[in-house]
Structure formats: structure tokens, C-alpha cells
Design a protein around this ligand. Structure first.
Ligand code: NI
Length: 212
């Protein structure tokens, strides 16, 4: 299982636009295989090639624990319907989540691993994942979609969206969040830089102590 290290915010490759895949050659097939292995190791929903440092338009999504991970090559959203508010995280922000606005459903087209051209309409998690991962290929991150009054939260089992009276503090969260993600995927420098960058960007939510 060759897993590839996952880049964390604010790595500049996460802000680059990925290039279309012209030919599905061995290099692309190896990339897809490694991305699937990396996503499995991360127990994540989706991964874009930028996140493993490759600027090619390839994403992989695990739509449900039971189904296979699917690779989408040169994916494009062709239509969006409706709006909904969802809690979202990203493997490049390990241990954090935020509330964003996403479509209720999307239509997309892409190329599959055998070069076939596919059109799909997706809702629920797949719709959200397609929007999130295709954003990555355009250098857009989920923190760009944070609702104006919202900031990122450290992932906490008791965390509920839109509940602003949560009984945790950042310090406690830091201890908890260390165990919330697979550290094997990241470098220590990446994790330290992420914490610093989030502090600097002022997008970490100050969670108040509220025991009642
Ligand atoms: Ni992501």
C-alpha cells in the first residue's frame, strides 16, 4: 500500500490550479492507486491530487464504507441545484471542521479509469464531495466557503453544528485532536504549520467554556 504524504494548509500547492489529464498512462494509474490507498489509510471521504503534491485533475471519492473508491479524471460540475448547510472537514486540515454552504445536488462529467466519459447526478455526501474535491483542483479550499459568522472548530465528538455553547476549550481540543487523525499521513512540520497558519488567519473559533 504505497500511501503518499498529505499536504496541509497553507502549502502553496493547495492553492494551485491542477492541469487536465491528457492521457491515462502508467503515471496516472499509479497516482490513482496511491491516492486510493492514501484515502483508505486516512479513512477519508475524498482526496484531490493537489493534496499529495501532484497538479493533475484527478480526485478519488469514497462514497460509502461499503462501496469501492471511485477515481474521477478531469471532473467538471455542469449543474448545481439548491443550497444546504453542512459540516465539512478536509484531510489538509486534519482535526478541524467548519460549516459551509453546498448544493443539494450536482451534475458532473468526468473520465473513468478506462477513459470512458461518464455523466452523473449526485446528492447527499457524493454531491458535497464532488464540490469539495473539484474545488481543490481549482486551488479552492473549504475554508473559503465558511459561513461569514462561522469559524473552524477543532473536531470534537460533542460538537454539534450551530451550537455555540459547547463545553470545550481550545487546549482540551488540541489534546483530543491529536488522536482524531492518522498522523502517519502527515509531517510534523505540516501539522505545526497548520496550527500556526490557522491562528494567523484568525479562522479558529474561540469556543467558550460553558458547563451548564
Ligand atoms: Ni479537502
Amino acid at each position: 500500500m504505497p500511501i503518499r504524504p498529505v499536504l496541509t494548509f497553507p502549502n502553496s500547492l493547495l492553492r494551485k490550479r491542477a492541469e487536465p489529464v491528457k492521457k491515462i498512462d502508467n503515471e496516472i494509474m499509479n497516482l490513482i492507486k496511491d491516492m486510493k490507498d492514501t484515502l483508505t489509510e486516512a479513512s477519508g471521504v475524498g482526496l484531490a491530487a493537489n493534496q499529495v503534491g501532484v497538479l493533475k485533475r484527478v480526485i478519488v471519492i469514497s462514497n460509502s464504507p461499503e462501496s469501492d473508491i471511485i477515481a474521477y479524471i478531469n471532473p467538471e460540475i455542469t449543474n448545481r441545484k439548491g443550497k444546504r448547510t453542512v459540516t465539512e472537514g478536509c484531510l489538509s486540515f486534519p482535526g478541524y471542521s467548519g460549516i459551509v454552504t453546498r448544493s443539494i445536488s450536482v451534475s458532473a462529467r468526468y473520465m473513468d479509469e478506462s477513459g470512458g466519459r461518464v455523466k452523473i447526478t449526485a446528492d447527499e455526501l457524493l454531491s458535497q464531495a464532488l464540490e469539495h474535491e473539484i474545488d481543490h483542483l481549482n486551488g479552492i479550499l473549504f475554508v473559503d466557503h465558511l459561513r461569514e459568522h462561522e469559524k473552524l472548530s477543532a473536531v470534537d465528538p460533542e460538537y454539534r453544528p450551530h451550537n455555540h455553547d459547547i463545553n470545550v476549550s481550545i487546549k482540551v481540543q488540541n489534546n483530543q485532536y491529536e488522536s482524531e487523525f492518522n498522523k502517519k499521513l502527515y509531517t510534523k512540520i505540516g501539522i505545526d504549520d497548520l496550527k500556526l497558519a490557522l491562528d494567523r488567519a484568525d479562522i479558529l473559533k474561540d469556543v467558550e467554556q460553558a458547563n451548564d
